[in-house]
Write a protein that binds this ligand. Structure first.
Ligand code: RAT
Ligand code: ZN
Length: 431
C-alpha cells in the first residue's frame, strides 16, 4: 500500500484548514503572465501608476466617469492614474475584482488603502529596486516562477534578445506567435528584412522559412512553449494564411523541439477600438477546431484556455477524450471568484487533478500579489468541498494526499507538460 495512504486521514472538521495550509506552503508556477525578466530592461511594468492604469481598470473608468477615451489616452501616465484613482477609488467604492486587487496590493505593502491621492504609494515604489522587489512580490504571491510572453516580432523586445538577454531562474520564456499567425500581412516583411525568404501569400517557401525563423528563436529564447491568442471565429483546419502557417510551420516546429502549443481562444478583438488594449471582448468559439487539432496532430501537446464561459464544459469534455490537451486558467473576463468557482468545480468533477486551475495573466509585477492571494482564497473551499464529499463517500484524505494534489495542480502538471526539471521541489508528486 502506498505510504501516502497510510498516513492518518484528516478529520472532516480540519479539512478546510489543512487545505489552506497546503495552498499557502506550496510555491506555484505562474504559467502565463505578461511580466518580463529584468535582463529584458524596461519592458517589465511595476509600481502604483502601472497598477492603476491596468487595462481592466481603464475599461471600468469609462463607466464611472465623464472622461472620454480620446481625452484619457492623451494624458500622461500619472494623470491617467490620478483620474482612475479619483473615479474608481474615491468617488466610488472599489468592489470590482480589478479595483479590489489594487487595495489588496496596497495593504500587502503596508500602505494606506483610503488616501485621496497616490503620493504615499508613489514614494514607496520609488524607493524599491526591481530585483529585490521581484523577490518580495513572488514571496508575497506564493510563486516560485513566472512564465513570460515573448514576441520575437515586437520591435521593443526582439533587439534585447538579439543582444543576448541572459536567463533568470525566476522566469521562463514563451515564444508568442500572434504577429505571425494573426497579422501576417503586417509582418512578413519584417521576417524578410531579417533574412528569411517570406512573402505575402505564405507560399511553401515562406512557410519553410518561417519554420527556420521559429527554430532560430527557439534556440535564442529557450521557450517552455509556443503560444497564440485566437478569435472566437478560429477554425481548424482552414485554408487561410493562419491555417497554413499553423499547420505547416508552427505544429511541426513544436514537434521538432518537443514544445507544447498554447492556444487562448475566444477573443473578439477591438470591438471598441477607442479603448485600445481595453477594447477587446469575448465570444463563444467552435471547439471542433480543438478536436481536429488533437485528432489530426496527436504528436503535439496543447495547453488550452477559452475565454467564453459557455465553452468551458465542452473544453472539459475534450480533455477527457484527448490526453494531449491540458486545460489551463480562468482567463481575463473569467477571473472573478464566482466564475472561477464554477469552472474549477466543473474541472475537478470531470478531470480530477489533471488540469491547471489558474494563471495570473499579470501585466504589472505587483498584481501577482493579489491575483494569487485571490486564487488561494477561492480554491480553498472548492478543494475542501471535494475532499468532504470524498470523506462522506468513504475515504477521508490524508495530508500528504492533499499536498500531492495541490502540487500537481499548481506545479507538476505544468512541469511535466513542458519538460521542466522538477528540481526545485520534488514535493511528493508521483508524476
Ligand atoms: O488578459 C489580458 O491582459 C489580455 O489583454 C490579453 O493579454 C491576454 O491575456 C493574452 O495573453 O492575449
Ligand atoms: Zn495574457
Amino acid at each position: 500500500m502506498s505510504a501516502i495512504l497510510q498516513e492518518p486521514s484528516v478529520a472532516a472538521a480540519d479539512i478546510l484548514s489543512v487545505v489552506e495550509q497546503e495552498l499557502q506552503s506550496t510555491p506555484f508556477i505562474d504559467v502565463h503572465t505578461h511580466l518580463f525578466q529584468p535582463s529584458l530592461g524596461e519592458l517589465g511594468l511595476w509600481g502604483i501608476d502601472e497598477l492603476i492604469t491596468y487595462h481592466y481598470l481603464e475599461a471600468e473608468l469609462f463607466r464611472s466617469s465623464k472622461i472620454q477615451p480620446a481625452e484619457y489616452f492623451a494624458m500622461e501616465k500619472r494623470q491617467k492614474a490620478d483620474a482612475i484613482w479619483q473615479a474608481l477609488f474615491v468617488e466610488n467604492t472599489p468592489v470590482s475584482e480589478a479595483t479590489r486587487g489594487v487595495i489588496a496590493v496596497l495593504k500587502a505593502f503596508g500602505l494606506s488603502t483610503s488616501r485621496s491621492d497616490l503620493r504615499e504609494a508613489r514614494d514607496f515604489f520609488a524607493s524599491q529596486t526591481i530585483d529585490g522587489h521581484i523577490d518580495r512580490v513572488f514571496e508575497l504571491g506564493g510563486i516560485s516562477e513566472a512564465v513570460m510572453t515573448n514576441d520575437p516580432l515586437d520591435p521593443a523586445e526582439a533587439p534585447r534578445w538579439e543582444n543576448g538577454a541572459g536567463p533568470d531562474p525566476r522566469f521562463h520564456a514563451v515564444l508568442r506567435l500572434d504577429r505571425i499567425l494573426n497579422k501576417w500581412s503586417d509582418h512578413w516583411r519584417v521576417l524578410q528584412s531579417k533574412g528569411y525568404e517570406t512573402d505575402e501569400t505564405a507560399s511553401e517557401r515562406a512557410i519553410s522559412e518561417t519554420r527556420r525563423f521559429l527554430a532560430d528563436w527557439v534556440k535564442r529564447m529557450k521557450p517552455v512553449y509556443m503560444a497564440v491568442s485566437l478569435p472566437d471565429s478560429f477554425q481548424f483546419p482552414e485554408d487561410s494564411l493562419r491555417g497554413r502557417l499553423l499547420e505547416h510551420a508552427v505544429l511541426p516546429a513544436c514537434r521538432e523541439f518537443d514544445l507544447p502549443l498554447s492556444l487562448m481562444i475566444g477573443v473578439r478583438y477591438l470591438v471598441n477600438p477607442a479603448l485600445k488594449l481595453a477594447g477587446d471582448a469575448a465570444g463563444k468559439a467552435d471547439l471542433r477546431a480543438v478536436e481536429r487539432l488533437c485528432v489530426d496532430h496527436p504528436g503535439n501537446r496543447y495547453l488550452i484556455s477559452v475565454l467564453s464561459r459557455e465553452n468551458q464544459h465542452e473544453l472539459c469534455v475534450y480533455a477527457r477524450k484527448f490526453s494531449n490537451l491540458l486545460p489551463f486558467g480562468c482567463w481575463w473576463f473569467l477571473n472573478n471568484p464566482s466564475i472561477v468557482e464554477e469552472m474549477t468545480r466543473e474541472r475537478l468533477e470531470m478531470l480530477g487533478t489533471s488540469f491547471i486551475p489558474q494563471h495570473s495573466d499579470a501585466r504589472v509585477l505587483d498584481q501577482v500579489v493579489y491575483k494569487w492571494r485571490n486564487t488561494r482564497r477561492t480554491m480553498a473551499p472548492i478543494l475542501a468541498n471535494a475532499y468532504k464529499l470524498l470523506a462522506d463517500d468513504g475515504r477521508a484524505p490524508t495530508r500528504p494526499e492533499i499536498r500531492r494534489d495541490i502540487t500537481r495542480l499548481f506545479r507538476s502538471n505544468f512541469e511535466r507538460w513542458v519538460n521542466l526539471p522538477d528540481a526545485r521541489t520534488n514535493r511528493g508528486s508521483s508524476l
